[in-house]
Each structure stands twice: as C-alpha cells, then as structure tokens.
Design a protein around this ligand. Structure first.
Ligand SMILES: NC(=O)c1ccc[n+]([C@@H]2O[C@H](COP(=O)([O-])OP(=O)(O)OC[C@H]3O[C@@H](n4cnc5c(N)ncnc54)[C@H](OP(=O)(O)O)[C@@H]3O)[C@@H](O)[C@H]2O)c1
Length: 260
C-alpha cells in the first residue's frame, strides 16, 4: 500500500539494517532522511537507491546520535527541509569495539555504547515527539509513528558484551515509556527486535554464527537480512497495525522461542 508523501527519519540509514529499512520505506513512497555518522558515501548511495525505489525525496544528514545537540539539529533540519516528520526509526547503534568479559569490560566502552544506543535515541525521540505533537495540532501530519530497533540482546544475556545488552534492554523500556506517554497524543510507538542479522556489525563473528545457526540456534535456520527487518518496519509504516502500540515485533527466525 502506498502511503503518499510522508517523511521518515531513519538514524543509521546508510548501511546494514537501516539501509534495508530505508529501501522498504522508499518503496512505500516515503521521502527519507538518511542519517549517518561517518560514511557519507554510503549515505549518498542509500539516498540514490531510495529514489530509485520510489522515494519522492531522499536526503543524507550527518549527525552523531550520541551528541544531543546534533540530534536536535537533525530534527530541526528535517523539519526545515521537508516541513513534516511522520516516522522516526531509531536504528543507529553500535556493538562494543571489543567484546570484553563482564569482569573486565571498561567504563569507556559502557559510556560509548550506552551513549549511542540508549541516551542518544531517548533524547532524539524526545525532540522528535515534541515536534510531532506540534505537527499533529497544526494538522500537518495525521498518524505519526516512532519505531525503535532494539535487539534479541534486550532479553538475552551475553556476558562478553554486557554493556550492549544493557543498552538494548534499556531501549526496550524507552519504547514502552514513549508508547505509554504518546498514545493520548496520537503517536504510536513500537519496537522491532532483530535476531542475528548479516551486516557489517556481525561480520567479525560470521563464522561462529554460521556454525551455530547450522547447528540449530535459530529455528528458521538462516541468517536474518536487512530486508527481513526492513519489511517488518515497512508493515508498521504502511499502517498495517493502526490499533497497536508498545508492541515488540521479533524479527529473529524464532530465536527468542524457549525450547526444551
Ligand atoms: N546486525 C545484527 O545482528 C543486529 C541484531 C539486532 C539488532 N541490531 C541493531 O540494529 C541496528 C543497526 O545495526 P547494523 O547491524 O545494521 O549495524 P551496521 O551495519 O554497523 O550499521 C550501523 C549504522 O548506524 C550508523 N551509526 C553508527 N553509529 C552512529 C552514530 N553515533 N550516529 C549516527 N549513526 C550511527 C552507521 O553510520 P556510519 O557508517 O556513517 O557510522 C550505519 O549507518 C543497531 O541498533 C543494532 O544494535 C543489529
């Protein structure tokens, strides 16, 4: 279903899962803002791809989501360029630079991972939500949404990247909080929770997970792809769930299932 000239802001939209999301939103004829932190070329290429797939407009905007001022500027610039924000997808995130055991991990890694994965998205959402409330009151948008891309790590303990698990568990609560606060305002907030997805982030552990997936770790015995996650976000963005907020959509091949 095409949804007209709506505008989506996708953090970390230049590569990996974010790029898969941008492509699906473009196919729904959303104009897209492709946020990125360092790789401008990838962001420009994601914008070209978005236009090829049907986005009326696509714009790359550099901003480090860990920097709260940059997040506010990202919101303001999106509004200045497009006049509206219908959808925020909080996708940008990082793994720890080095996987360290819980007993040896560092405060630096904790601060970096939580700054990008949790603190940044919280305050970006605060800024975008306030903007959406104003846009709703002005009648500029009718059905704005916010989506958080969390992780299987929101609920699964991995002791060699505890700070990542904490950041994602926290982000799942952030999604619940904003869903609760914003329902009355007319803004739906949902969480898309990917499992093991083939991107640059998981490149370093490709062999390990090849083996574990082949051995049955994931009931649907394959890697997930950015397209798998993009399609889930696309279903939400295409208004397939008008009476749903605060929901967790697992996109993990059944990895979260408890088995005996
Ligand atoms: N891959 C998985 O298996 C998996 C599973 C569950 C959840 N996730 C989550 O899905 C999201 C995307 O992961 P991915 O695998 O697609 O990662 P990725 O391939 O490493 O891509 C990360 C994207 O985020 C951007 N980014 C990173 N730090 C940023 C910052 N501080 N500010 C703005 N943009 C930033 C990157 O832009 P630059 O290139 O310009 O830095 C890039 O576009 C993350 O939140 C991750 O935690 C991933």
């Amino acid at each position: 279903m095409a949804v007209g000239e709506r505008v989506a802001l996708v953090t970390g939209g230049s590569r990996g899962i974010g790029r898969g999301i941008v492509g699906e939103l473009a196919a729904l004829q959303y104009s897209v803002v492709v946020n990125y932190r360092s790789d401008g070329e990838a962001a420009e290429s994601a914008c070209r791809e978005a236009k090829d797939r049907g986005a009326p407009r696509a714009l790359a905007i550099r901003a480090d989501v860990a920097d709260l001022d940059a997040g506010r500027l990202l919101t303001e610039r999106t509004l200045a360029e497009f006049g509206r924000i219908d959808l925020l997808v909080n996708n940008a995130g990082v793994a720890p630079a080095t996987r360290l055991d819980l007993l040896t991990t560092t405060a630096e890694s904790w601060d970096r991972v939580l700054g990008i994965n949790l603190r940044g998205p919280f305050f970006l959402t605060q800024a975008v939500a306030a903007t959406m409330v104003e846009l709703l009151r002005a009648g500029t948008v009718t059905d704005p949404q916010i989506i958080f891309v969390t992780s299987i790590s929101s609920a699964f303990a991995s002791v060699n990247r505890g700070e990542y698990c904490v950041s994602k568990a926290g982000l799942s609560m952030v999604a619940q909080l904003f869903a609760t606060r914003l329902a009355d305002e007319g803004i739906r907030v949902n969480e898309v929770r990917p499992g093991i997805i083939a991107t640059d982030m998981t490149d370093a552990v490709r062999d390990v997970y090849d083996r574990r997936i082949a051995a049955g770790l994931v009931p649907i015995r394959r890697w997930g792809t950015p397209l798998d996650v993009g399609r889930a976000v696309g279903a939400l963005a295409a208004d397939s769930f008008p009476y749903t907020t605060g929901e967790v959509f697992h996109v993990d091949g059944g990895l979260h299932l408890r088995r005996l």
